[in-house]
Ligand binder design. Structure first.
Ligand SMILES: Nc1ncnc2c1ncn2[C@@H]1O[C@H](COP(=O)(O)OP(=O)(O)O)[C@@H](O)[C@H]1O
Ligand SMILES: [Mg+2]
Length: 367
């Protein structure tokens, strides 16, 4: 399509995000504590995030911090307890159920951690890939068959596997089927939740490369959730750090290692340093608090070497790194962000000294 000269002379409008979540909370009833327990699990708290077309957003954080909950919210599998989830500016949860299913089903795809449970074991590969095409009535039956062949070629599955059942495939092949199924209706966004964690180490790189290749060929936006933070960093344009149900930082991937401002992001990425310059990780003292009783203020304060009374009092709002007198283009929620001139090595020393001082103070109290 060619634009009229007048239209093409206009400056490009900033693209609306494909997907955005605003002040989203997900609260579960606790599994522990029995059927009459009033315990609540704060799986996701006040999450704000926008995903732009074609962008790869990595999500990192320790187990239980809410990554999968966020992933499910993004693809409309999980309804938030409060807050809004919008697809191209339209609120998913004010749509009718049919419209929501159509919107989510046709424009987003999800790839789960374990392909052996995510695929229907009684359907052949052909059946699995045809299912979304049939459900959303895409094209003629002949066109659907053609699309199945195309999808298999796209993810590198040999044609002969069309009649195989998931149980007859390797883990890597099964994950290729799951990816092909997610792509069946040409979505704009794929959310992959730990897509390689259940696979043999030897096939992980193949699946990651496949995702990257598809993303660039198809112009997909990709949300990539993993606890393998170095892989996330390499795959992503932007890295989102979560802690105890909160998004605490968003950082461009090329700034996250040495220039992230949140102490937790720096600690997380210090734990698997590059091979060239190995250092001890930043020591974090104490356990991750329970998501049933998150601490007041900043949830990270109980393990943070910089925490003080301010941190116990309030959770700070997001601050743009570009508002600081330092470089950086991300945003973070922290009262005491890491300064630009502090190397990870400085932080290791700082955290170790703080831990020693805290131990000494405790010993003093006990006397
Ligand atoms: N259906 C559920 N019922 C109760 N608690 C849940 C449920 N799903 C997740 N949780 C809890 O919510 C928190 C976040 O879980 P999840 O999103 O799976 O974290 P992650 O993917 O980062 O490991 C955890 O404390 C987890 O135990
Ligand atoms: Mg998870």
């Amino acid at each position: 399509m060619t634009l009229s000269p007048v239209l093409s002379a206009l400056p490009a409008l900033p693209a609306l995000p494909v997907l955005s979540v605003a002040d989203v909370h997900v609260v579960h009833r606790a599994r522990t504590g029995g059927p009459f327990s009033r315990d609540r699990v704060y799986a996701l708290t006040g999450a704000d995030l926008e995903i732009a077309a074609g962008e790869t957003v990595g999500v990192v954080g320790e187990s239980g911090c809410g990554k999968s909950t966020l992933a499910k919210v993004l693809v409309g599998v999980r309804r938030p307890t409060s807050g809004t989830v919008s697809f191209h500016g339209r609120d998913l949860w004010t749509m009718s159920a049919a419209e929501r299913r159509a919107t989510i089903g046709q424009h987003t795809g999800m790839v789960f951690q374990d392909p052996s449970t995510a695929l229907n074991r009684r359907l052949t590969v052909r059946g699995i890939l045809r299912d979304p095409l049939d459900v959303h009535r895409r094209g003629t039956p002949a066109a659907r068959e053609e699309r199945v062949r195309e999808l298999m070629a796209l993810v590198g599955l040999p044609k002969v596997l069309a009649d195989a059942l998931p149980g007859q495939l390797s883990g890597g092949q099964r994950q290729r089927v799951a990816i092909a199924r997610a792509l069946a209706l040409e979505p704009e966004l794929i959310v992959a939740d730990e897509p390689t964690s259940a696979l043999d180490v030897s096939v992980r790189a193949q699946i990651l490369n496949l995702l990257l290749d598809l993303k660039s060929r198809l112009g997909l936006a990709l949300v990539f959730v993993s606890h393998d933070i170095q892989t996330v960093r390499r795959m992503s344009d932007r890295v989102v750090t979560m802690y105890l149900g909160r998004i605490v930082e968003e950082s461009p991937a090329d700034e996250v290692l040495g220039r992230a401002r949140h102490p937790y992001t720096r600690a997380l990425f210090s734990a698997t340093p590059g091979l060239l310059d190995p250092i001890d990780p930043i020591p974090l003292v104490g356990p991750v608090p329970s998501a049933t009783r998150p601490p007041s203020g900043c949830p990270f304060r109980t393990r943070c070497w910089k925490a003080d009374a301010d941190c116990a009092a309030t959770m700070p709002d997001f601050r743009a790194a570009s508002d600081d007198p330092v470089s950086g283009t991300g945003r973070y929620r922290c009262h005491h962000p890491v300064r630009d001139d502090q190397s990870t090595h400085d932080l290791v020393t700082q955290a170790a000294q703080a831990a020693q001082a805290a131990q000494a103070a405790q010993a003093q109290e006990r006397r």
